[in-house]
Design a protein around this ligand. Structure first.
Ligand code: LLP
Length: 438
């Protein structure tokens, strides 16, 4: 089976140009840093469209599939526009994500609203904009949603979010499918939830089940097992409650290659297991093949993105580490300090054949834990060099903050030698615009 983008560390067309500078999709990263400033998020449109097409291709033999990009990984109006052009819908988890997808002129019927504590305002917005599905997470929400839908005289199509009881080997904070989770109904609560919907919620129409087992997943067996649980439950619910549920949303989670230690399966291997599980479990439980929703986030946008920083100060601890500090850090990428996440980086403005030195890349924020990369071999790093950190497209910008009142970086989209700003760099004026001074 062919390799896919999520198995690469670098964007599709990354190389050294004649000057020895790092070039991504025909754009010299050193020139990008000069033109747009640093820190700078760079997204490669070619890589992004390529992985989106790999997903579509891998699942093309299954006619009833809906690709839903998990917006939480990276949501900007332009990213939504591109992925919608590639045939993706959207998993959205907040009013802000709903509003951004809508702002990109996406037909909101292609969106699913997820989350364990959606507010009334967010639910109203979702209903006003005709969001296609709402994945209902708990008993409180069933009643709240029905009330709001009744007020608006609407019938809302829903999925029930369940915890299938599948443990996967990933960071504890990003595991979600195990039983002791804040998300969704326990398997033993499904009948009570379905009864409540059927008997008391005239403005809700249940279409199927939703689950998500975790993120940065490297094994495919967990998907096989998850689908087994979902199909078994769909069949059982239809029999017990005389319903005709035929939709199954299996969440996201496919891993990517941050460093050579990571070995995620390809999108084709993932699709193979998912489609095999559907076939075998449908045969086992005598169930018609359901409508499939899949919600990848990280594996769609991760590899397309890099972050460019400028190296400033440095410090040699006597008989210890050498630190080099960049002009960003935990506010533009909190993953290393939150999860101990590892990244690969290169000096963008130096040829690969110079002298390498082991250093630790520190951020600029006032916290000892603000270390971007521990112990990495870099090409004679010096003040003024541009550092390119790979694989920052997912959960970097989307989890960024204004810690220390540092401005959020700009994001630029590159494509075959062309570069365009898709998020402007924040300004000090914007930083204080919501401050109220008495
Ligand atoms: N669907 C649901 C219901 C989810 O909760 C998530 C991620 C996804 C889909 C997309 O999962 P992905 O394909 O991106 O793995 N901030 C963490 C990741 C948190 C993921 C939360 N849910 C990180 O930076 O690693």
């Amino acid at each position: 089976m062919p390799n896919t983008i999520n198995q690469n560390i670098k964007p599709f067309n990354t190389k050294r140009n004649q000057q020895g500078n790092l070039e991504i999709s025909g754009c010299d990263t050193v020139s990008l840093a000069k033109k747009y400033g640093t820190p700078l998020y760079v997204m490669d449109e070619v890589t992004l469209r390529k992985i989106a097409r790999e997903y579509k291709d891998a699942f093309s033999s299954y006619k009833k599939v809906n690709m839903m990009f998990a917006s939480k990984a990276l949501m900007t109006s332009q990213i939504a526009k591109i992925l919608h052009e590639e045939g993706f819908g959207f998993d959205v988890v907040s009013g802000g994500e709903i509003f951004t997808v809508h702002n990109a002129n996406v037909d909101m019927n292609y969106a699913t609203f997820n989350g364990n504590n959606k507010t009334s305002d967010e639910i109203e917005l979702a209903l006003n904009l005709n969001v296609g599905r709402i994945s209902v997470d708990n008993f409180y929400e069933i009643k709240l949603l029905d009330e709001i839908a009744k007020k608006k005289n609407k019938i809302q199509k829903i999925l029930l979010r369940i915890t299938p009881g599948i443990e996967c080997h990933t960071h504890e904070y990003i595991q979600t499918g195990h039983l002791d989770s804040k998300f969704g109904f326990d398997l033993t609560q499904i009948d009570e939830a379905v009864n409540l919907i059927k008997n008391e919620c005239k403005n809700l129409e249940i279409k199927g089940l939703h689950a998500h087992i975790g993120s940065q997943i490297f094994e495919t067996q967990v998907y096989y097992d998850e689908i087994g649980v979902l199909i078994k439950e769909l069949k059982r619910i239809n029999e017990v409650h005389n319903l005709n549920l035929d939709e199954m949303n299996i969440g996201g989670g496919l891993g990517i290659t941050y460093t050579s230690e990571d070995c995620p399966p390809s999108v084709y291997e993932l699709a193979d297991v998912i489609l095999k599980s559907i076939k075998e479990n449908c045969a086992k439980y005598n169930f018609d093949e359901p409508v499939l929703y899949i919600e990848p986030g990280r594996s769609i946008v991760g590899t397309s993105g890099v972050t460019l920083y400028t190296i400033g100060s440095y410090k040699q601890v006597p008989k210890g580490r050498k630190y080099i500090a960049v002009d960003g850090g935990m506010a533009d990428n909190p993953r290393p300090s939150m999860y101990g996440a590892k990244y690969l980086a290169e000096i963008a403005n130096k040829k690969e054949n110079e002298t390498f030195e082991k250093v630790t890349v520190a951020g600029r924020f006032c916290e000892s834990g603000d270390i971007l990369i521990k112990d990495i071999e870099l090409n004679s790093p010096e003040t003024g060099d541009i550092l390119c950190v790979y694989n920052t497209g997912a959960y970097g910008y989307s989890m960024s903050s204004n810690y220390n009142r540092v401005l959020k970086p700009a994001m630029v989209l590159v494509n075959c030698g062309q570069s365009d700003i898709i998020i402007k760099r924040e300004t000090y004026e914007q930083l204080v615009q919501n401050d109220v001074l008495h």
